[in-house]
Design a protein around this ligand. Structure first.
Ligand SMILES: CC(C)(COP(=O)(O)OP(=O)(O)OC[C@H]1O[C@@H](n2cnc3c(N)ncnc32)[C@H](O)[C@@H]1OP(=O)(O)O)[C@@H](O)C(=O)NCCC(=O)NCCS
Length: 165
């Protein structure tokens, strides 16, 4: 399995895999059936979506795991500036490994590669968003050396028509 930088030619296959994994997560996390969700909303999900892929590609901090022309894993990361007491923060947006290929150190290698590249490009810290019930992801991050405190992220949908500010 080769871990290499994301390329433009990966767009379709990486999209397919990221959507597969988002669907896998939704199946456990939300009640709605995937098919019932608005197409436009589904199209906007993920770092591989049309409006985001190019920005991630250009950032040079994304990697894929490839074998025999197939994509088995991905990591989307980017550099953020002047946030959370950091001038250069490596932000891990999403990562995933095809269910058939899990527990073969692919996730570990992808994450390590993004961290190495981020450090090389000047990042002083890495942040990764993890669902508290995602044991595989928590274990992976711990194994590679992340620590977790009690931080949580509060969200607000600024496009909610009912929102009164
Ligand atoms: C999380 C995920 C990326 C891990 O990828 P992976 O290639 O299977 O992980 P690795 O084989 O590199 O595992 C590295 C370490 O992570 C931990 N780990 C991974 N999967 C685990 C599991 N199912 N249970 C417990 N620990 C696990 C282990 O410590 C493992 O080391 P070990 O094999 O020496 O015990 C994968 O399970 C996945 O794609 N999940 C769905 C998408 C997702 O949750 N993405 C993360 C969003 S932050």
């Amino acid at each position: 399995m080769e871990i290499r930088p994301l390329k433009l030619k990966d767009a379709e296959k990486v999209r397919e895999l990221e959507i597969k994994l988002i669907r896998e997560y939704f199946a456990t996390a939300i009640k709605n059936k995937w098919e019932e969700l608005p197409q436009e909303w589904r199209d906007g999900l993920g770092a591989s979506s049309r409006g985001r892929f190019k920005a991630y590609l250009d950032g040079g901090l994304c990697f894929v795991a490839e074998e025999d022309g197939e994509i088995y894993g991905f990591i989307f990361a980017q550099m953020l500036h002047h946030v959370a007491d950091s001038d250069n923060m490596l932000w891990i947006e999403n990562m995933g490994v095809h269910p058939y290929a899990r527990r073969n150190a692919i996730g570990y290698r992808l994450l390590r590669e993004a961290l190495r590249k981020g450090r090389e490009m000047g990042a002083d810290v890495a942040h990764s968003m993890i669902q508290p019930d995602n044991a595989p992801s928590i274990m992976l991050h711990k194994k590679i050396g992340f620590f977790m405190d009690r931080r949580e992220v509060a969200l607000m949908d600024l496009k909610d028509p009912k929102l009164r500010l």
